[in-house]
Write a protein that binds this ligand. Structure first.
Ligand SMILES: [Zn+2]
Ligand SMILES: [Zn+2]
Length: 393
């Protein structure tokens, strides 16, 4: 029995009597679907062309699946700056999500930075954590040659100055990266729905399809949320209405050890009160963008949001009303808790105690949006420096 079958059968064993009864009925109905009726999986295809013989197909191996998913995430090449596509100039460049010249190079060791592998399970002891650390920086194929240069030249070529335009540019790159990832995730989940249950028996197919449909719903919704934010950031640029966004620029009095580029959409505020995912239909989740820059050689983070996003506005006001020590704890913990695109200096990582590595690794690997997280100094006690200034732009 492979891992997936193992997981499914332990799930089935945990069913109570009523669930088990319903499940058996579902299997019975699925099995008896007339051949030319729509398939039970809701693909829209006829049963005979969809699941009727899926159990006879060859199973997809772990390796094949990983390869296919990596392929989906790496091979989508397009320019994200759709608002200005008349000016696109090919080729699509492999763009660093994190500014290369100042930020990546300031945390690199022999040209490498550390990050965690995602979607890997089973690292249970500290020895294995090493395997979860990779030495490369994230590149995404999300801008054409022209836009990769044009949109970001001010922050690439010069020392970061906290102007509304520069905060926009740094945040727009973070939003486009999130958009690119979520667009690929849509393709990945669709591929999984079509392939993952090949060679499994009907009872297993039913469970897999149900789980994948839930995943699909979340992934598609996540894409819609970020698409809406991306379009609003583009309106800001087109209309030069930079007052539509607000940004906090946090400067640390030491060079960087952590870099991040992405968006975050917390469900709970810092007091543990639920602020999003309240079950309101058609509600678009609000995000803030977080990106990394340097100011006079010191580390700095740009946190930016749409002013109309009052949930995020209130969330951040609560955070920034606190002491600088708290803000540093919140910032460094959030980087690992909420972003999949964070990077660290490899010496910094090596010097952490085994316990610390384990707790940071676990923080990075767990699903934190859906639960309350305590803001403590688990990461910040290991990050040199203090906040020297916070500007609201
Ligand atoms: Zn089907
Ligand atoms: Zn372009």
């Amino acid at each position: 029995m492979d891992d997936l079958s193992e997981r499914i059968s332990s799930m089935i064993r945990s069913f109570d009597e009523e669930t088990n009864y319903l499940f058996i009925q579902t299997i019975f109905h699925a099995f008896n679907t007339p051949l030319h009726d729509p398939c039970w999986c809701q693909s829209g295809k006829k049963y005979i062309k969809c699941h009727k013989k899926r159990h006879e197909l060859r199973k997809i191996s772990e390796g094949e699946m990983r390869k296919e998913l990596l392929n989906i995430f790496d091979s989508k090449k397009y320019c994200s700056a759709s608002f200005d596509n008349k000016n696109c100039k090919m080729p699509i460049k492999g763009a660093h999500t994190i500014q290369r010249g100042r930020v990546l190079s300031s945390i690199a060791k022999d040209g490498h930075v550390g990050s965690f592998y995602r979607n890997n399970s089973g690292f249970e002891n500290v020895r294995d954590i090493k395997l979860g650390v990779k030495k490369e920086a994230s590149i995404f194929y999300g801008f054409c040659d022209f836009h990769d240069t044009e949109l970001f030249k001010e922050i690439e070529l010069n020392e970061f100055i906290a102007s509304p335009e520069n905060c926009w540019a740094s945040s727009y790159r973070a939003i486009c990266h999130e958009y690119y990832q979520k667009k690929a995730a849509k393709k990945a989940v669709t591929w999984q729905i079509d392939n993952l249950d090949k060679g499994y028996k009907l009872s297993e197919q039913l469970i897999l399809q149900e789980q994948l449909m839930l995943l699909k719903r979340d992934v598609f919704k996540g894409f819609d949320d970020i698409l809406s934010i991306k379009e609003k950031y583009e309106q800001v640029r087109i209309s030069s209405n930079y007052h539509m966004i607000s940004s906090y620029v946090i400067v640390i009095n030491e060079p960087l050890s952590l870099a991040v580029c992405g968006t975050m959409s917390p469900y709970y505020d810092i007091n543990g009160v639920k602020i999003q995912n309240l079950g309101i239909s058609n509600y678009l989740f609000q995000h803030f963008a977080i990106s990394t820059v340097t100011v006079n050689g010191k580390g700095a983070y740009v946190i930016s949001y749409l002013k109309e996003h009052s949930v995020i506005k209130n969330y951040l006001s609560d955070v920034f009303a606190k002491s600088n020590d708290f803000i540093k704890s919140w910032l460094t913990k959030s980087i690992f808790a909420y972003s999949e695109n964070c990077f660290f200096n490899l010496d910094w990582w090596e010097e952490l105690s085994s316990d610390k590595k384990l707790s940071i690794y676990n923080l990075a690997m767990s699903e934190n949006y859906t639960k309350k997280i305590d803001i403590d100094d688990v990461v910040s006690s290991e990050v040199k420096g203090e906040i020297s200034s916070i500007d609201l732009i």
